[in-house]
Design a protein around this ligand. Structure first.
Ligand code: FAD
Length: 429
């Protein structure tokens, strides 16, 4: 009888693992609980699917923070070029955009999903939808198959667990994989949202600014240790010097905020406070802001502060800054004293917010935490606890910045697990 591999989850990692194992001649059954494959691929990159990134390898790895080293081996075997070549074989040609982000030329995430499905079906993968796996069957430390929610059983000599994280559960990733891995003796590092919008204590101010998107601002996060010593929050992954952010009715979001959110959530989890300082004019020193304000106050002496600030920032932000300065009654700017001007400079250069938390796990673009990496072989993605079990994609304790890094990790880990399962399982059922 042909050796059989069961892959749990038809997301980025599972589709790749199934295709690769079948390409090497394995009998592969791909079990997906939803009624279609790759629902998360379909929403990725605003439905354009940011497949990977053009950054050189060392820079690429830095986007995974501390755990990036784990992927080094995998990326030496199957990385961006191999991925793009494979996708091109199935009709997906790509283009590189700002920040090295690589997208399909068609701008259709569905093209990526369909290409991966074709890869599998061409080699005979048996794709079964509405097939929710409840349990991985193991006897004497050896995988025997899987148990489905409908009580049927699929026997297999190897199981590739590709169930994703616990974010965006409507796409099917509801965190069941963590429970399955844990029940087999794997350690699950604490789950937390990453690439997630942050909430602030100053809700009413955020609400007044809701929908405003700011470009070319600098965001700096600060924390305080138990002794009250304030320090800038160190980011595990590179943070752009300036970029884009936006206000929401509950707080802050946008690329700069999402990039920092993993470290912020982690710091709050340790019970340390976090504040955000927004520099609205990072290209100008405090002194330059001061001098320009002075010149404008003189040139437009009968203007009100909020009107004058509209030359600096969007109108509703100008209103909020004028209110927060506490200087605007019915005064015209010529009556604002020099020392009072300092308050306005501080708001422009150091617009402060207290971070109270984040949106929940379900709202994060990725789930940080997951299966402990020291329990997984970094070349084959085989479990070090159970023979015949593989763990790939977001179920692992890996989370990266936006930019195509999360999908590349899913694709690379899936490919290598598929290869190893097919070769190592030769001769087994
Ligand atoms: C809105 C959004 C946009 C994103 N954009 C990008 C982007 O542009 N670039 C990027 O690199 N990353 C992006 N990401 C992150 C990236 O999509 C994920 O990290 C990646 O898809 C993870 O792949 P995976 O295969 O591990 O898991 P998933 O893609 O989540 O797939 C897991 C699959 O397993 C199935 N499943 C779960 N449990 C079971 C079970 N018990 N039985 C059977 N099947 C099961 C699920 O239904 C699902 O199909 C984005 C994420 C979100 C939410």
């Amino acid at each position: 009888m042909a050796r059989r591999i069961a892959v749990i989850g038809a997301g980025a990692a599972g589709l790749m693992a199934a295709g690769r194992a079948a390409e090497l001649g394995a009998d592969v059954v791909l079990l997906e609980k939803m009624n279609e494959a790759g629902k998360k691929i379909l929403v990725s990159g605003k439905s354009r699917c940011n497949i990977t990134n053009a950054a050189p390898l060392d820079q690429f790895l830095s986007h995974y923070g501390r755990n990036g080293r784990f992927l080094m081996n995998a990326f030496h075997r199957f990385f961006r070029d191999e991925l793009l070549e494979l996708l091109a074989r199935y009709g997906v040609n790509t283009q590189t955009e700002r920040g090295g982000r690589i997208f399909p030329i068609s701008s259709q995430a569905s093209d990526v999903r369909d290409a991966l499905l074709r890869y599998g079906t061409e080699y005979g993968v048996d794709v079964r939808y509405r097939s929710e796996v409840r349990e991985i069957a193991v006897e004497n430390g050896d995988v025997k198959g899987v148990q489905l929610a409908n009580a049927s059983r699929v026997s297999a000599g190897a199981v590739i667990l590709a169930t994703g994280g616990a974010s965006w559960p409507d796409t099917g990733s509801t965190g069941q994989g963590y429970l399955m891995a844990q029940s087999l003796g794997h350690t699950i590092r604490p789950l937390r949202p990453a690439l997630v919008p942050l909430t602030v204590t100053e809700r009413s101010i955020a609400k007044a600014l809701q929908g405003i998107s700011l470009r070319n601002v600098r965001c700096t996060f600060w924390t305080e240790n138990a002794k009250g010593k304030v320090r800038e929050l160190r980011m595990p992954t590179p943070m752009p010097d300036t970029g884009e952010m936006l206000f929401t009715h509950f707080g802050v979001s946008g690329p700069l905020i999402l990039t920092a959110s993993g470290a912020v959530v982690e710091t709050l989890r340790k019970g340390q406070p976090v504040t955000l300082s927004i520099d609205l004019k990072p290209g100008m020193s405090e002194e330059a802001v001061h001098n320009r304000l002075q010149r404008e106050f003189e040139a437009h002496s009968h203007q009100r502060l909020r009107t004058l600030l509209q030359g600096w920032v969007p109108a509703s932000l100008a209103d909020v800054l004028a209110d927060l300065s506490g200087l605007e009654d019915d005064r015209h700017v010529h009556r604002i004293r020099v020392e009072e001007r300092e308050k306005i400079v501080a708001l422009i250069k150091n617009f402060r917010w207290t971070i109270s938390g984040s949106l929940p796990l379900a709202a994060g673009m990725v789930t940080a935490g997951g299966v402990a990496l020291n329990e997984v072989d970094p070349v084959s993605f085989a479990s070090r606890k159970v023979t015949g079990l593989y763990l790939v994609g977001e179920v692992l304790d890996l989370a990266a910045d936006t930019g195509g890094f999360n999908l590349q990790a899913a694709f690379s880990s899936g490919y290598l697990a598929g290869s190893d399962a097919a070769l190592a399982r030769a001769g087994r059922q």
